[in-house]
Design a protein around this ligand. Structure first.
Ligand code: 5GP
Length: 181
């Protein structure tokens, strides 16, 4: 683990080490395995940030009958007064009647999660569960609560293990927090 990571002129210090991440991924995977028993779930990995978490989690859950889709959002200015509208891209499976599990990197305000849940619910899946690597409950603007979270953290900016700063540092095996000193 690097003592400090510098990127775009900002400094980050170690926060969650690889072995602690592994432990929590295993815990969440065990809960999912139990809750999904007898089902053929469709995992939706939300790009880009969740790709490393999803790869570790899905292998640990170990359900061979599962399917995996990769989705992302595109934002565009809507014609209505609500302004910004987001849409889900890359959903190639028909999810009607399916047991869907969303895999996200981080829930901050919860706005993205709410938008995604609303869109997916309209497609009539049998069930939807929401898994996140990180949850910042104090940042919530929506009251959205993920069904599973590997970690609950304070509202500080973090990077690594898939999470980026300006598209960089997703490769880091550990999670780092911004150095406020
Ligand atoms: P929300 O809609 O919950 O406010 O934001 C969710 C998205 O904001 C995440 O998927 C992620 O892309 C970004 N985000 C929120 N907090 C952080 C953070 O601490 N670090 C990084 N790298 N991205 C974050």
């Amino acid at each position: 683990m690097e003592a400090k990571v510098k990127v775009n002129g900002l400094s980050f210090v170690p926060y969650l080490k690889r072995d602690e991440i592994e432990r929590q991924v295993k815990r969440v995977a065990a809960e999912l395995r139990q809750d999904l028993e007898g089902k053929e779930p469709l995992f939706l990995c939300v790009l880009n940030g969740a790709f490393i978490f999803a790869a570790d989690l899905i292998r640990e859950v170990g359900i061979n009958e599962c399917k995996i889709n990769f989705v992302r959002y595109s934002s565009y200015s809507g014609t209505s007064s609500t302004g910004k509208v987001k849409e889900i891209m890359g959903l190639t499976e028909d999810i009607e009647g399916k047991d869907v599990v969303i895999i996200e990197d981080i829930v901050d305000t919860g706005l993205t999660a709410e938008m995604m849940m609303e869109d997916l619910r309209s497609r009539k899946p049998r069930s939807i569960k929401f898994v996140t690597l990180l949850h910042k409950p104090e940042s919530s603007k929506t009251g959205f609560k993920p069904d599973y979270a590997a970690f609950e953290i304070p509202p500080k900016f973090i990077i690594g293990y898939g999470l980026d700063l300006d598209g960089k540092v997703r490769n880091l095996s550990d999670i780092y927090v911004i150095d406020e000193d």
